[in-house]
Design a binder for this molecule. Sequence first.
Ligand SMILES: *[C@@H]1O[C@H](CO)[C@@H](O)[C@H](O)[C@H]1NC(C)=O
Ligand SMILES: *[C@@H]1O[C@H](CO)[C@@H](O)[C@H](O)[C@H]1NC(C)=O
Ligand SMILES: *[C@@H]1O[C@H](CO)[C@@H](O)[C@H](O)[C@H]1NC(C)=O
Ligand SMILES: *[C@@H]1O[C@H](CO)[C@@H](O)[C@H](O)[C@H]1NC(C)=O
Length: 272
Amino acid sequence: MCAPLWCVSIAALLAIAAGENLVDSCQLVGGDRKSVTEQQLLAKLAPLKGKRFEAKTQEGSDIYTYTFVVCGRVNNDSKSTNEGLVQSKDGSKDTSVIGRINDTHIINGSDWIMLYYRSGDKYDTHCNNEARKAMVMISCNKGTVGDGFTVIQEERNKSSECFYLFEMDSSLACPPEESHLSAGSILLIVFAVLVAVYLIGGFLYQRFVVGAKGMEQFPNITLWQELGNLSADGCDFVCRSRPRTSETAYRGVGEDQLGEEPEERDDHLLPM
Ligand SMILES: *[C@@H]1O[C@H](CO)[C@@H](O)[C@H](O)[C@H]1NC(C)=O
Ligand SMILES: *[C@@H]1O[C@H](CO)[C@@H](O)[C@H](O)[C@H]1NC(C)=O
Ligand SMILES: *[C@@H]1O[C@H](CO)[C@@H](O)[C@H](O)[C@H]1NC(C)=O
Ligand SMILES: *[C@@H]1O[C@H](CO)[C@@H](O)[C@H](O)[C@H]1NC(C)=O
């Protein structure tokens, strides 16, 4: 028996001694000069981390199962070689690692993310015996965090740059939601609606109940005129740079005119 901390340390030392390179997550290439965008994208995929997906294809009478783990190992044991996507033939022990998480690449567009695992097992006869690699196209689908993992095609007829192509759906690949109406704009809209109700309701009341005509149909017209005059005075007081004397003269004229303003009523125009 040993204390848990010591057990972990000893296990870690043994792992290092055995030359095992256990990786727990996607490793981007680039040493200390990793791409910032790639790191952001991996962070975006965090809710899918460790999730396991399976898809099957049929080739002749053989059925192949592909197992994909997002930034995690398919075989979570000491024999793991950082495989992130593995092909196995049903009814046999044949397996090939298609891609490894310690050689991850990731790119994106407005509504998709493409995850590459490279450094898979080498082809036996195809593609000049290069290492296999997996490309997983993750498309935006608001309905699921991760689903619909399917095999699209295996391209191995080329002399190099062969690949296995997969696709799946995830909301994580969706562009950020456009922000809905902010609290401020909701307040503005409510205010505008209240003003409209006040104006229309007041107008109808003045016209049909009180029987007002012309400008007087506006609800509380005198109050608003007073308020307008008050704010005009306030503005005068605050904003105007002209000396007070000329201002009073100017205002006198205005008030005279207001006094003389003829009645707006047009009853006499009616042919009655
Ligand atoms: C390995 O699998 C065990 C259980 O199957 C799980 O508790 C553990 O977290 C896994 N480790 C990693 C690194 O995925
Ligand atoms: C990834 O891990 C495997 C097995 O541990 C190792 O053979 C390979 O060299 C590693 N690849 C990279 C790019 O680190
Ligand atoms: C790709 O992802 C990054 C990080 O999430 C984001 O800032 C960028 O806008 C995305 N690119 C496109 C074309 O949407
Ligand atoms: C590769 O070639 C085989 C036959 O030569 C053909 O059946 C298959 O569809 C080809 N694959 C691709 C991806 O072009």
